[in-house]
Design a protein around this ligand. Sequence first.
Ligand SMILES: Cc1cc2nc3c(=O)[nH]c(=O)nc-3n(C[C@H](O)[C@H](O)[C@H](O)COP(=O)(O)OP(=O)(O)OC[C@H]3O[C@@H](n4cnc5c(N)ncnc54)[C@H](O)[C@@H]3O)c2cc1C
Length: 420
Amino acid sequence: MDNPDPMPILPNMENISDILIVGAGLNGSAMAIAAAQAGFRVTLVDSLPTATRRLPAFDGRSYALALASQRLLSAIGVWGAVRDSSQPILEIKVSDGRAGEGASPFFMHFDHAEIEEGPMGFMVEDRHLRRAFLDQIKAEDRITYIPEETVITQEVHATHFVVTLASGRDLAARMIVGSDGRQSGTAERAGIKRTGWDYGQTALVCAIEHEKPNNGIAHQFFMPAGPLAILPLTGNRSSIVWAEKTETAAKITQMSDSDFLDALRPRFGDFLGQIKLAGKRFSYPLNLTLANSFVADRLALIGDAAHGIHPIAGQGLNAGLRDVGALVEVLVEARRRGEDHGTRPVLDRYEGWRRFDSATLALATDGFNRLFSNDNALLRLGRDLGMGLINKLPRARRAFIREAAGLTGDVPKLLQGKPV
Ligand SMILES: Cc1cc2nc3c(=O)[nH]c(=O)nc-3n(C[C@H](O)[C@H](O)[C@H](O)COP(=O)(O)OP(=O)(O)OC[C@H]3O[C@@H](n4cnc5c(N)ncnc54)[C@H](O)[C@@H]3O)c2cc1C
């Protein structure tokens, strides 16, 4: 192999790949599959063993996938394995609320029928999604998957990148993609700083079983301490994402399951009838963390490594899948033009596409959270009137629905369901 780099590729170096992906979470896995299908030779490394990604039982975690994200999963051959267990999101209802008082009479109601594209999105359980990704990774000849290995150092050279694993093994690639989550070591080692702050809120996450059907309706209640989302799963089940002030959340986390349900009930009333837990309870401290740059020499960040946002609108994974679609498209385009896909001018095109959008989304979710996680009477009146007004304007309603479905802005081809 030609090696014009003055720093020689190490003698014990394994075959150099086109793209080395650090982190096989949902975004890293999607990136590996999409890049491999576009013809790149990919190495995918993750600290976790495969077994922890292949949990057969429902553990209570699930995601709201926008319609555009579903199109990407379809385009990379993963959707078929999760379709039957997914729940279409047909309507979204947003309202102000207080524990014990139920929802305010001012609310916004969005119905997918207004945009004629299909459901706004789909609820998918974490266990199904992870298994589908793993199966597809195994099916791709161009992916070398290395579980149970942690990247500990990285070094950029003129023509390639070298990472060293905790086991002492070295791997080389033309570029690396950091999809290693909110505390991205890939970003840190490259000297990329982050901007962000703590929300002083923790998300309590679980699934519930209920007496009455959810009819595919997602509810978002804005409570003074933080938003409460009730998202429809298949059968008479829903996923709960309940943001509370961190001190309160710590107390709730300590509660028995039955005390937890007693605390939850008055917050959304009895419109679903009797409720009980389905699966485990999780808690996630909430913060905002935005990488000051999404690229460096021969390096790009995607997903939470680039932008970790508030889950208020359920957009974190959706934003990461947009990164995947945009980065793969930019890399394919570069290869078509005969460019070295790891060079800065190429990666700058990815950053130009995604960074402004991601910062806007991060700040919008931040602003919503501040506006709504507040019991100030004047703010409450203002937002209730605002919601009442938007609800009466069909054009504003349709714009919201298209936004929630991920159909606005410069949508990458894969998220339009088209090949790159
Ligand atoms: C409460 C809550 C609810 C949410 N709900 C939704 C929703 O409904 N819809 C939605 O779109 N999004 C949602 N999100 C956001 C979504 O969960 C995340 O955006 C997404 O899971 C991030 O995936 P990722 O692959 O970028 O990172 P991660 O899932 O953090 O994966 C990072 C991976 O990198 C690996 N890793 C780290 N360091 C190394 C290393 N040095 N070497 C090797 N491997 C390494 C880790 O083992 C891990 O597997 C929610 C988030 C929260 C907190």
